[in-house]
Write a protein that binds this ligand. Structure first.
Ligand SMILES: Cc1cc2nc3c(=O)[nH]c(=O)nc-3n(C[C@H](O)[C@H](O)[C@H](O)COP(=O)(O)OP(=O)(O)OC[C@H]3O[C@@H](n4cnc5c(N)ncnc54)[C@H](O)[C@@H]3O)c2cc1C
Ligand SMILES: NC(=O)c1ccc[n+]([C@@H]2O[C@H](COP(=O)([O-])OP(=O)(O)OC[C@H]3O[C@@H](n4cnc5c(N)ncnc54)[C@H](O)[C@@H]3O)[C@@H](O)[C@H]2O)c1
Length: 467
């Protein structure tokens, strides 16, 4: 029998970080992965492929230069699906190679195959060739992630009616596309394809999108999307998706309106990959979306010794937070001390344009009844913004009038996902508006927007104090 201190099921961000953390604490660790290569959704169908695709699209279209040269400017006139895929394959190979090397040098054992429970401490692994291997574990981490939600009424064909995994395999860049679901995945792909000049329509049952973001940022973002002719249809559900005789797709909404497009991307959420784990054998069960409940501080499930981390535990379902959850779970599982993560973490949405946020939104500050002031800077006010030809981009900070502390930072525009970390550091170190006013920022940079927004708030906060 193969006996391990810690067995991790799944090699995505949560599993990978957990396995290495436990190995660093000199534990005997095994990672079980059913996919052909390690890395999980993050490396093979999620984070890394979508961000590589975005970078390729922005480079080949010359998107970042259009502020200077106009909307018709393109680096490459005809962009094929093959052009988009080429860079993807190189990036993925590199990611897998780095991960394999990390496992090897930390003495993390690997087993390829699908795992399920026999009992709380026994896991059976079915390999591709049918061979069955049993392993014993003192502690187990479920880091099995999610897969796209695929309801029966959508006739997926993998070619023109697709989910967000299949979009990486398309044969041609479509001229028109309907995206169903305005969540993060739907919006990221909708805006990437719109940057490639695909005519994009987004259909969303709720009355707006990305509700967890500051409203002012969503409004600015929405304006930019509509300004480049993306159609955003809210408060409407899709009744039917059909294939037309000529190969195009017809999408019919509940209000009777119909749309024809070359491609339909269904991106209405994901479900936990827990159905084949035989959870009942260890006394656990998943909810209707396949998710597992855990203790928020330790990531232990209701069954002692069994942990879950990453997308399978639900919100926020990010690669970044999954890694931290995995590390904390591993430490707890092997009896090492672990701190809870800081209160505020950043959220990066790699749409075109980017959005990033950390801390409280203006709506949340209002709800909590905190007296506050906002400071806003437009990227076009920065010299770096002029140099880059930016005509959009907004950074907004919210400060408490009582403590003068930064409560939230919200950015839409070029570099938002990198810039947010300045705000995140000030926020978690409990810094005040004075940090931005008194410190010197490199010039010319987009980070100067922090200075401008800080001064904007500080001027008004001074007036309010004096009033
Ligand atoms: C299109 C898209 C874009 C994204 N973009 C971002 C982004 O920009 N930034 C960000 O932070 N996050 C992003 N995410 C989210 C991010 O990918 C996930 O949060 C992250 O991958 C979750 O990691 P995980 O460790 O929970 O599991 P996953 O990465 O989902 O990996 C789970 C692994 O477990 C394996 N597995 C499942 N069941 C079994 C079993 N029974 N036996 C053995 N192995 C099993 C699977 O094969 C898989 O390899 C994106 C997701 C998608 C889909
Ligand atoms: N940049 C990032 O960090 C990043 C990128 C992509 C995904 N992710 C993560 O992946 C997770 C999954 O993303 P997602 O966008 O698939 O899910 P989601 O749950 O965030 O969004 C799904 C959207 O589809 C809508 N919807 C639900 N049912 C529908 C239906 N039947 N028809 C039409 N629309 C419907 C919902 O109202 C929602 O707006 C998210 O939690 C996100 O955190 C993160």
């Amino acid at each position: 029998m193969n006996q391990y201190d810690f067995v991790v099921i799944g090699s995505g961000p949560a599993g990978r970080r957990a396995a290495i953390q436990a190995a660093k604490l000199n534990k005997k660790v095994l990672v079980i992965e059913k996919g052909t290569r390690v890395g999980g959704v993050s490396v093979h169908t999620g984070t890394i492929p979508s961000k590589t695709l975005r970078e390729t699209a922005l480079n080949l279209t010359g998107w970042r230069e259009r502020g200077f040269y106009g909307r018709s400017y393109r680096v490459k006139q005809e962009i094929s699906a093959e052009d988009l895929r080429r860079r993807l394959l190189i990036t993925l190979d590199h990611e897998v190679d780095v991960l394999e090397h990390q496992f090897a040098r930390n003495r993390v054992s690997q087993l390829r195959g699908a795992a399920h429970f026999i009992d709380k401490n026994t896991i059976e692994v079915v390999k591709d060739d049918g061979e069955i291997i049993r392993v014993e574990a003192n502690a187990v981490l479920l880091a099995v992630g999610t897969r796209p939600y695929r309801p029966a009424h959508i006739p997926f064909d993998g070619v023109s009616i697709i989910d967000s995994d299949e979009i990486l395999e398309i044969k041609e860049v479509p001229r028109s596309m309907v995206v169903i679901g305005a969540g993060v995945i739907g919006i990221e792909y909708a805006t990437i394809f719109s940057a490639l000049d695909t005519v994009v329509t987004v259909v969303e049952p709720r009355d707006s999108m990305l509700e967890f973001l500051d409203k002012e940022i969503v409004e600015d973002f929405t304006y930019q999307l509509r300004d480049r002719n993306m159609k955003l249809i809210f408060s409407q559900t899709v009744e039917k998706v059909e294939k037309e005789p000529g190969g195009k797709c017809r999408v019919t909404l509940a209000n009777g309106r119909a749309m024809i497009a070359e491609m339909v991307l269904f991106a209405a959420g994901r479900v936990g990959a827990t159905d084949s784990l035989n959870l009942s054998a260890c006394g656990l069960e998943a909810d209707s979306r396949g998710r597992i409940k855990v203790d928020a501080g330790t990531f232990q499930t209701a069954v002692p010794g069994i942990y879950a981390a990453g997308d399978v535990v639900g919100f926020p379902s990010l690669a970044s937070t999954s890694m931290e959850q995995g590390r904390i779970a591993a430490r707890h599982a092997v009896g090492a001390p672990a701190h809870e993560p800081p209160q505020y973490f950043p959220y990066g949405i790699y749409a075109v344009p980017e959005i990033s946020t950390c801390g409280l939104t203006e709506e949340e500050v209002l709800e909590r009844g905190i007296p506050y002031e906002c400071g806003v800077a437009h990227f076009r006010e920065t010299s770096r913004g002029h140099i880059m030809g930016l005509d959009s981009g907004l950074l907004k900070m919210i400060f408490s009038l009582k403590t003068r502390r930064l409560l939230g930072v919200h950015i839409v525009g070029e570099g938002a996902t990198e810039l947010v970390h300045i705000g995140q550091a000030v926020l978690n170190l409990k810094g005040t508006v004075e940090y931005f006013v008194e410190n010197t920022f490199n010039y010319p940079t987009l980070a100067e927007a922090y200075k401008i927004a800080g001064l904007d708030a500080w001027n008004r906060m001074g007036e309010l104090k004096g009033a």
